[in-house]
Design a protein around this ligand. Structure first.
Ligand SMILES: [Mn+2]
Length: 172
């Protein structure tokens, strides 16, 4: 049985130390570390080694607009979200995730931590580690545990405490 642990952050908006700190804590301990864009950092910085990162609307050149990461039995589609007009609709992001056969679709842009399922795909916005918006005014990142039967999503504060109100578990 395959088991994966993913760490997902987004929208760090000019704060390099939060990216460094999360990377230092989890690199080598988890299957993958993801940043869903709007870091506002140069794409050639060493911090990005070992992080799957995409371009946000506030980022410069050198980042891919979308990344598809595959582990055995698990496909992860990742994009910031602005190119799919997620402020206004979910259809485009949903159809892209279906095209890629994604088990998990990671996005950012809205700065609101949430996880939801449509079709077989679990969509995850880890929130923002710098500028949270909406009802949850907490800087958060996500930890995703995957096995053959389920995808469990938990959100953590920057001092690595579980934020239990947003935890969700989905069947695969
Ligand atoms: Mn942003």
């Amino acid at each position: 049985m395959a088991n994966y642990t993913l760490i997902v952050m987004s929208d760090s908006h000019g704060n390099p130390s939060v990216v460094e700190e999360i990377k230092a804590r989890y690199q080598g301990q988890v299957t993958g570390i993801f940043h869903n864009g709007d870091s506002e950092l140069a794409s050639n910085l060493p911090v990005w080694e070992g992080i799957q990162v995409v371009r946000g609307n506030c980022d410069g050149e050198g980042y891919p607009d979308r990344l598809v990461t595959q582990f055995a039995g698990l496909t992860i589609a990742q994009t910031h979200g602005h190119l799919y007009l997620i402020n206004f609709m979910w259809d485009r992001l949903y159809f892209w995730a279906q095209e890629e056969g994604a088990d998990i679709c990671l996005y950012g842009h809205l700065h609101q931590a949430t996880a939801w399922q449509e079709g077989k795909t679990v969509f995850i916005n880890p929130g923002s580690v710098e500028q949270p918006r909406g009802p949850v005014q907490e800087k958060l990142y996500a930890r995703v545990e995957v096995d053959d039967e389920r995808i469990k999503v938990d959100f953590y504060t920057l001092d690595h405490q579980l934020y239990p109100a947003l935890s969700k578990e989905f069947s695969r």
